[in-house]
Design a protein around this ligand. Sequence first.
Ligand code: FES
Length: 259
Amino acid sequence: MSRTTAPVGRRLAEVCGHRRVGAYDILVCDDPDGPAPDPGQFYMLAAAERWGGGEDERPFLPRAFSVMRSRTDGTREFVLEDVGPGTRRLGELRSGDEMWLLGPLGRGFAPPREERTPVLVGGGVGIAPLAIWRDVLGPDALVLLGFRDTEHAIGAGLIPGAHVATDDGSVGHPGLVTDLLAAELGGVIEVYACGPPPMLEAVRAMCAERGVPAQLALESGMACGFGACFGCVVPTRSGYVRLCVDGPVLEAETLEVVA
Ligand code: FES
């Protein structure tokens, strides 16, 4: 599988937009000098200012984010959820602010095999790589998204036509997104999934049982993003791989389990 490689070094990018979609912040930045990313690739992001605990404290490490949209004018979109000080600071950025950006990095999604119908399965902020992949695949791709509640489910609007499940039953199917996937497994499909590990493990197990090919976009703590620190290793059937260079998209059949 080929990949789009990042230029050496990080780039200073201008934030050119921010909007709130339910529980999520959508950050838009201008990256005219960077190559267009492949769906499923990611960037390491850091705010150019106030990136750390304070004057005498160390800066945060950059944070890894799958790109959610890429436009021909060089803008890139990312979806953030406030889960800690780094994501909170990035979510504060507004037009005119600057951020450091390194990417696109890693390996993204491969096209469906044997003309299979793509089924995209996402949980929460895992919507990001599926949105850009859906832009490429077109409206024939079926999109199934799971969220915890109404406020998070507003994020489903980022992918038109998505079918929604919510944990609290407030929007769409009451239950898990894998309930929606179960109804599709009899078809000639290929599954693309991104979301929390329990969801990915359920997708992996269901697809393995039915012999359905699946590509999983995994998450891991990433310190460097380009293969140097070994902080992102995950076990596969053939040994450990670095998710930042061998992933973040892995064939489900290469995994014993998603931990
Ligand atoms: Fe450093 Fe993957 S994040 S090796």
